[in-house]
Design a protein around this ligand. Sequence first.
Ligand SMILES: Cc1cc2nc3c(=O)[nH]c(=O)nc-3n(C[C@H](O)[C@H](O)[C@H](O)COP(=O)(O)OP(=O)(O)OC[C@H]3O[C@@H](n4cnc5c(N)ncnc54)[C@H](O)[C@@H]3O)c2cc1C
Length: 376
Amino acid sequence: MGFGLTDAQRDLRDDVREYARTEIAPRAAALDRNEEYPAAILDDLGDRRLTGLTLPEKYGGRDEGLVELAVVIEELSAAMMPVASALALHLGVATVVEHFGSERLREEFLPEMARFDTVGALGLSEDDAGSDKLAMETHAERDGDEWVLNGHKRWVTNFFDADTVLTYAKTGPDDEAPHNVSAFLVPTAAFEVDTVWDTLGARSVKSPRVSLSDVRVPAARLVGEEGEAYVQRGAVDTGVNLPARAVGLARSALDDTVTHVTDREQFGRRIGEFQGIRWRIAEMATRVDTARLLTLRAAARADRGADISHELSMAKIHATEAAVENTNKALQLHGGIGYTTERDVERYLRDARLLTIAGGPNELHRNTLADAVLGD
Ligand SMILES: Cc1cc2nc3c(=O)[nH]c(=O)nc-3n(C[C@H](O)[C@H](O)[C@H](O)COP(=O)(O)OP(=O)(O)OC[C@H]3O[C@@H](n4cnc5c(N)ncnc54)[C@H](O)[C@@H]3O)c2cc1C
């Protein structure tokens, strides 16, 4: 039973870590403060084909597995979580096209997506379809060689810099659920923007509400089998990116806190010498390792073809709550300066707070996990 990365995985990690340390981390606070999209960074990641990390080489990808995805996402998120989320959501869309799209769609979209020349966003959630995605109102009607879409999507992360939205819509009656949802690649230009929220964290990559009114898309833009998109989506394991993002934040919170408590003196001693603080550091380090182990276990099992619904939920719950806990503790141990934008810990906390909600709230993952444990 191996717990270590291979030499190639370590090389990949070190390469991305160095890029993140030198090119992302120094810019992250200003990008966040100015709510500025990290365009140059994502273009660099496209040049390195990290935006096509898990896509097959024949479509311009790097043909890596989900362990490599988790490793790369942890490194990016440790520097700036929204960079990791823009890349991961894009790659998630490309993966659905790769697994279920026609050869024509794969050839048309994937080489450009691997380089980030075509950018994908995910249109699944709606006003009344948050945790309960099958309550979506967006629907598509077939008209000859086209589909006509009406409805709306909300929280479409990276919409403003995306070219295409993988849009889920009902194509069958409710009594056929979950076999009544199809997915379409819809150009972003076909949507109207309704609302752009001001968010607590993840401020540099926006997730607006957008709507579709009698938008026609060619039948060839249907991704996968008609009616099966919701079920097929469950077979895509790029969701390991979410706990991996949490591991990155939990780790940065720990690293910054170690530096701070080693430098800061009160009562004539470094505050890291106080037992109460040492114990918190020990707990933070344990959270980072347990979160990473659970995430990599899920990724490694998925790479071996196993069903990871149970392991993915466990990793998602534990890692995202570890990120919230570590970033919150980091702020406390920084004292007043941690509450300011002079340090990064307040940004880590704001970004971490999203992760227990996005990718399905942790309560739903607890349901999935309880079903697996109780055998329902
Ligand atoms: C910044 C941001 C970016 C996002 N990006 C995307 C994206 O790119 N594409 C996309 O499609 N979606 C995206 N989402 C949507 C995200 O997946 C949803 O927010 C999430 O699924 C929860 O839906 P909701 O917000 O409507 O919460 P609701 O479904 O209204 O749930 C509210 C709360 O109720 C509780 N709850 C709900 N159901 C249960 C239950 N069965 N048992 C116990 N408790 C429950 C949970 O605490 C939950 O947080 C994003 C969201 C945010 C905030």
